[in-house]
Design a protein around this ligand. Structure first.
Ligand code: GH3
Ligand code: MG
Ligand code: MG
Ligand code: MG
Length: 316
C-alpha cells in the first residue's frame, strides 16, 4: 500500500512535544487529527470521516488511554478502528494489559522513528486489506449494494435485537416486473445497467440509517426495516416502489407501464411483552415462533400477491 492523504490517523497525547514528534513523522503520508486529552479523542474518533487508525497515549490527566479504548470498543461506530498505544509505560504487564484491552500494537517511548513509521504503515496496509475483503464478502459487485450474505447476517442480528427490545421489525421483498422481457428486448448489458439504477434508487429512497437494501438474487431486492411496524413498512415499500417508477427507465413491452416498475411484499414481526420475554406475536395477533425463514417466506407470499394483483404495487 502506498500511504496517502485520504488515510486519517488520530493522534492522542497530552504532551505537545509528543504530538509534535509524531506529526513530523507522519504528516507527509497521512491526514492527521490531533487530540490533547481523552475527551477530545472520543469526540474526534466519532466524527466522520472516521479515523483509520488511532495512536493513543496511556497516561493522561482525567481520562487515561485505557478508559478511552474501553469506550471506543463499546461503541459500534468506533469499535473496529484499530488502536495503537504509544506510551512510556514499558513493563510487560502494561503491554499485556494494553493488548488485552483490544489494542493492535503497543509502542513504547522513547521509540525509533523509522521503525514506528514502518509499523504504522503496516497497520494501515492491513486496514485497507481488511476493507477490501469486507467489500468483496458483503457487496454485490453489479449493483454495489449489500449482497445476500450481508442481508442474512443483518437480519439475524436485527431479529434478535427486536426480540430483546420488544420492538417491531419489518422486511420487504422487491421484484422487478417483467424483467425477462426487458432483457429480451434491450439485451443483458442494458439489463445489468437497469439493475444498478434500480438498486441505487431503492437505496436512496430509504430514510433511516439502520435500514438496509440488499440484492437478494437476480432481479430481486430485499429490505430490512428495524423498529418499523406493518403500516410504516407499507409506506417505506411504497416509497421505494415509486422511486423506481420515477427513474423512468423505458420498458416499452411491459404491460404494466412504459417504464420499469417493481412489485413488493412486506412482512412484520412484532415482539410484545417486557423486554427479554419470549412472547412472539405477529401482526394478526397469532403467537408463533418467528424465524428468519418464516418472515422471508411471508414477505415472498405477499410479493406474489402484489404480482397477482397486477404488479407495480406493494402488498399488503
Ligand atoms: P415477473 O414480473 O413475474 O417478476 O417477471 P420477470 O420476467 O421479472 O420474472 P422472471 O423470474 O421470469 O425473470 C427474471 C429475469 O431477471 C430473468 C433473468 O434473465 C433476469 N436477471 C436475473 N439476474 C440478472 C442479472 O444479473 N442481469 C440481468 N441483465 N438480468 C438478470
Ligand atoms: Mg501522557
Ligand atoms: Mg424474480
Ligand atoms: Mg421479476
Amino acid at each position: 500500500m502506498i500511504p496517502n492523504k485520504t488515510t486519517r490517523i488520530l493522534i492522542v497525547d497530552d504532551e505537545k512535544m509528543n504530538l509534535k514528534v509524531l506529526t513530523e513523522l507522519l504528516r507527509e503520508d497521512y491526514t492527521l487529527v490531533l487530540a490533547k486529552n481523552g475527551e477530545q479523542a472520543l469526540k474526534f474518533a466519532r466524527q466522520k470521516p472516521l479515523p483509520d487508525l488511532i495512536l493513543l497515549d496511556v497516561v493522561m490527566p482525567e481520562m487515561g488511554g485505557h478508559d478511552v479504548i474501553r469506550q471506543l470498543k463499546e461503541d459500534p461506530l468506533t469499535k473496529e478502528i484499530p488502536v495503537i498505544f504509544v506510551t512510556a509505560l514499558s513493563s510487560t504487564g502494561d503491554e499485556e494489559q494494553g493488548l488485552k484491552l483490544g489494542a493492535v500494537d503497543y509502542i513504547t517511548k522513547p521509540f525509533s522513528p523509522p521503525i514506528v513509521k514502518m509499523r504504522i504503515h503496516n497497520h494501515i496496509r492491513f486496514v485497507h486489506h481488511h476493507r477490501l475483503l469486507d467489500r468483496l464478502a458483503y457487496l454485490d459487485p453489479l449493483t454495489e449494494i449489500a449482497n445476500r450474505r450481508r442481508f442474512d447476517q443483518v437480519l439475524v442480528k436485527e431479529l434478535s435485537r427486536a426480540a430483546r427490545n420488544c420492538t417491531s421489525l419489518s422486511v420487504g421483498m422487491v421484484d422487478v416486473d417483467f424483467f425477462k422481457q426487458y432483457n429480451d428486448q434491450y439485451g443483458h448489458a442494458m439489463g445489468d445497467r437497469a439493475l444498478y439504477q434500480i438498486a441505487s434508487s431503492l437505496k436512496a429512497s430509504l430514510e433511516r440509517p439502520g435500514d438496509l437494501v440488499a440484492r437478494y438474487g437476480g432481479e430481486e431486492f430485499a429490505l430490512i426495516l428495524p423498529e418499523t411496524d406493518a403500516p410504516a413498512a407499507g409506506r417505506v415499500a411504497e416509497k421505494a416502489r415509486r422511486a423506481v417508477e420515477n427513474e423512468k427507465i423505458p420498458h416499452t413491452i411491459s404491460s404494466v407501464s412504459s417504464h420499469i416498475t417493481v412489485s413488493a411484499g412486506t412482512a412484520t414481526v412484532r415482539f410484545t411483552g417486557r423486554a427479554g420475554e419470549q412472547l412472539r406475536e405477529t401482526r394478526d395477533g397469532q403467537t408463533c415462533e418467528h424465524t428468519v425463514e418464516s418472515l422471508m417466506l411471508q414477505a415472498d407470499q405477499h410479493l406474489y400477491k402484489a404480482k397477482q394483483n397486477g404488479r407495480n404495487q406493494v402488498w399488503p
